[in-house]
Design a binder for this molecule. Structure first.
Ligand code: ZN
Ligand code: ZN
Ligand code: ZN
Length: 370
C-alpha cells in the first residue's frame, strides 16, 4: 500500500494526542504492526534492533540497522533516520535519543525482551507501559483506505471460499496438508502477497478450532472446517467455511443450522454503539439455547487489520462499544469432541448504516461429492 505522508502525519498527530492523554513522554516502536501503521516501514524480526523514537514534543527518529536502511521509505517531514553500524550498540543510541530524564515511556508490545531489559537497565527512573495502550484504540478504527484494502482481501478470500463450497477443490482421498497447500496457493493466485494460515480440519480433527493440518486423509461423511487468510497490500483476510463430504446426517444438519443462525444474528447485532461483549452474547445465547453451549469454546471474534488478531475483541468482558470503522471477525463454532465440528467466519465492518459484511461467500451447508 502507498503511504501518503499526509495520512501518516495525521496518524502521528493522533498518536501524540493519545500520548498526551495518557501522560506518555516518548513512544518506542519496534517489531509489530504499529511501526508500519505509523511510518510505512515494517521491521524484520531480526536480532538487530529497529526502533522508532517518537517524543511528544521533538522530532521522531528511526534507529535502523545500516543494512536495512535502504528498505526504509524516507519521510523526512515525519521522522529522521539514524542507521547504526554492526559495531555500534543500538541500545546506547536509543538511550541517548530518549534522554535519561524521560519518565513515562510506552514500548511496542512485541519488542524483544533483550532490548526492553537493556533499556530498563539504562533508564532506571522511567516507568513503562505497552505501546498498544496508545496505538490500539486508534488502529482499531479503520479509515476508508484501510476498509477498502480489507474489502479487496476479503473478496479474494471469498473467491477461494466459493471454489471450496462449490466443490471445485477436491477433498476426498487427499491429506489435510495437501488441501491446505492448495488453499494457500489459491489465495496467492487471487492476489494475496502472503498466506498466514490455512487450517483444514477433517473428521474428528474438525473439533479442534486451530487444528494443524496434517497427514490425515479426508474421507466420506466428514465435516471439513477450512479457515484461511493472508495479507494483501498489508491488510489481512480471514474466512472460515465448513463443508461436508457426502450427505450430512440430520444431527449435523441441525448443528449447522444453529451455527448459521447464530453467526447471522451476531453479524446483524454488530452495530455502532453495541458493546463488543453483547455481540458475543447474541451468538453464545443462541448456541446455548440449542444445547450446544459447552461446545462453543472460544470468543466470537477478533479485530483485524494489519494484524490477523487485534482490537476489538468480541468477547465476554469487553464492554467497549463498537464504533464506525471497527473491523472484526464474527466466527462462532460448535465442536463435538471425537466426532466433528463446524465454524462460519466473516469479516465485518461496523458502519453508521449498519454492519457491512465484507465476506459474501455462501453460508449454506456445502455438500461436496468429491
Ligand atoms: Zn483463530
Ligand atoms: Zn479464521
Ligand atoms: Zn478469525
Amino acid at each position: 500500500m502507498e503511504h501518503a505522508p499526509e495520512a501518516l502525519g495525521a496518524r502521528i498527530d493522533a498518536v501524540r494526542a493519545q500520548m498526551r492523554a495518557l501522560g506518555v513522554d516518548t513512544l518506542l516502536l519496534s517489531l509489530g504492526a504499529d511501526l508500519p501503521w505509523l511510518t510505512g516501514y515494517t521491521a524484520m524480526p531480526l536480532e538487530r534492533l529497529t526502533m522508532l523514537i517518537l517524543p511528544l514534543e521533538s522530532e521522531a527518529v528511526l534507529i535502523v540497522p545500516r543494512l536495512e536502511a535502504a528498505r526504509v521509505e524516507p519521510h523526512p517531514e515525519l521522522f529522521s533516520i539514524r542507521p547504526w553500524a554492526e559495531t555500534e550498540d543500538p541500545v546506547e543510541i536509543v538511550t541517548g535519543v530518549v534522554g535519561r530524564s524521560r519518565r513515562r515511556l510506552a514500548i511496542s508490545d512485541r519488542t524483544w525482551a533483550t532490548f526492553l531489559l537493556a533499556l530498563q537497565a539504562n533508564l532506571p527512573r522511567s516507568t513503562w507501559m505497552t505501546a498498544s495502550r496508545v496505538t490500539s484504540p486508534l488502529r482499531a478504527v479503520k479509515d476508508s483506505d484501510e476498509v477498502a484494502a480489507l474489502r479487496r482481501a476479503a473478496a479474494a478470500a471469498d473467491r477461494v471460499a466459493t471454489a471450496l463450497v462449490t466443490g471445485q477443490i477436491p477433498l476426498l482421498g487427499r491429506s489435510e496438508a495437501d488441501v491446505s497447500r492448495e488453499l494457500g496457493r489459491l489465495l496467492v493466485d487471487e492476489g494475496h502477497d502472503s498466506v498466514n494460515f490455512a487450517i483444514v480440519a477433517s473428521g474428528p480433527n474438525a473439533a479442534s478450532p486451530h487444528h494443524d493440518p496434517g497427514a490425515r486423509t479426508i474421507g466420506a461423511g466428514e465435516s471439513v472446517v477450512c479457515d484461511f487468510g493472508g495479507a494483501m497490500d498489508g491488510y489481512c483476510s480471514d474466512i472460515t467455511r465448513t463443508v461436508f463430504t457426502g450427505d450430512p446426517p440430520t444431527e449435523f444438519r441441525d448443528l449447522y443450522a444453529v451455527l448459521a443462525g447464530a453467526q447471522a444474528a451476531a453479524v446483524d447485532a454488530a452495530r455502532v454503539g453495541t458493546r463488543c461483549e453483547a455481540v458475543d452474547g447474541v451468538a453464545r445465547d443462541l448456541i446455548a439455547d440449542a444445547g450446544y453451549g459447552p461446545h462453543f469454546i472460544h470468543r466470537t471474534g477478533h479485530g483485524i487489520g494489519l494484524e490477523e488478531h487485534e482490537d476489538p475483541y468480541l468477547v465476554s468482558g469487553n464492554r467497549e462499544p463498537l464504533v464506525a470503522g471497527h473491523a472484526f471477525s464474527v466466527e462462532p463454532g460448535i465442536y463435538i469432541d471425537g466426532r466433528w465440528g463446524a465454524r462460519i467466519e466473516d469479516i465485518v465492518v461496523a458502519t453508521d448504516a449498519g454492519p457491512d459484511s465484507l465476506n459474501r461467500a455462501d453460508h449454506a451447508l456445502a455438500v461436496v461429492e468429491s
